[in-house]
Design a protein around this ligand. Structure first.
Ligand code: F6R
Length: 239
């Protein structure tokens, strides 16, 4: 197990550090296959990438997850979020963002296709991750198998409650999503986990120093050979 932990003074500094790792990967490989997460945590990273006008024109992006049941044009979709925070401001064509087809009639075939698309792109070289208060990565909620692949999942109540800040009220948060599985995430070459704020301190410590268990999906990161964690001081308080 190799987990490199960086503690930054605040979320802005954490974002700048994460952006530097991404820029460095792009310098080595402009055609980088980059896995992108949404939610509040990566925002500072995307702001910094946009501020520094990073060249993503040859990169390929894969979403970590996508809500089911939203209109495709809804800005709150994960694709819409990445478009608004990252690719749009950088002038990157929407076609460079790969996402599972959550509107497919045969959703399990669409999930299998997403796995194949990742493989056909040569695999995800660098995967950005956040962590849920309940230990989820992607939308792999507690109890998810470490063998899991891209699939339809039901969101946990804590996830719906936490994400209601993006939707106005818990009733407006989609109940389901398609997420890369834990095994999908573990196939990426380098995992970059970001965690900010006191609400993540306990779970980050459990994930990185506790037992590897499906009860804490992020503990699966201990099974990967190349993980970088960037936490702000509050999130790192229990490490
Ligand atoms: C987002 C995702 C989630 C979030 C996690 C943390 O694509 O897959 O795992 O990373 O819920 O969310 P925030 O960053 O809003 O605290």
């Amino acid at each position: 197990m190799t987990i490199e932990i960086h503690v930054a003074p605040d979320a802005g500094a954490a974002g700048r550090l994460a952006a530097e790792i991404i820029r460095d990967a792009l310098r080595k490989d402009p055609g980088l296959v980059l896995g992108v997460a949404t939610g509040g945590t990566p925002r500072c990273t995307y702001e910094e990438l946009v501020r520094s006008a990073v060249d993503l024109s040859s990169a390929t992006l894969f979403l970590l997850d996508e809500y089911v049941g939203l209109d495709g044009a809804d800005p709150r979709t994960c694709r819409g979020t990445i478009r608004a925070q990252l690719t749009g401001p950088l002038g990157i064509d929407d076609e460079r963002i790969n996402a599972p087809d959550v509107d497919a009639v045969d959703l399990s075939a669409a999930c299998a296709r997403y796995e194949a698309d990742i493989d056909d792109a040569g695999g995800i070289a660098l995967q950005l991750l956040g962590i849920g208060r309940n230990g989820h990565i992607g939308f792999n909620e507690p109890g998810s198998s470490f063998e899991s692949l891209t699939r339809l999942v039901q969101l946990a109540d804590t996830t719906i409650s936490d994400n209601s800040r993006f939707f106005g009220s818990p009733a407006d948060v989609p109940t389901h999503a398609v997420t890369q599985g834990i095994a999908t995430v573990l196939r990426a070459g380098h995992l970059l986990l970001l965690a900010n704020g006191a609400s993540k301190a306990e779970v980050l410590s459990a994930a990185l120093t506790g037992p590897t268990t499906p009860d804490v999906p992020a503990s699966a990161l201990q099974l990967h050979g190349h993980v970088t964690v960037i936490a702000d001081a509050e999130a790192a308080a229990r490490l």
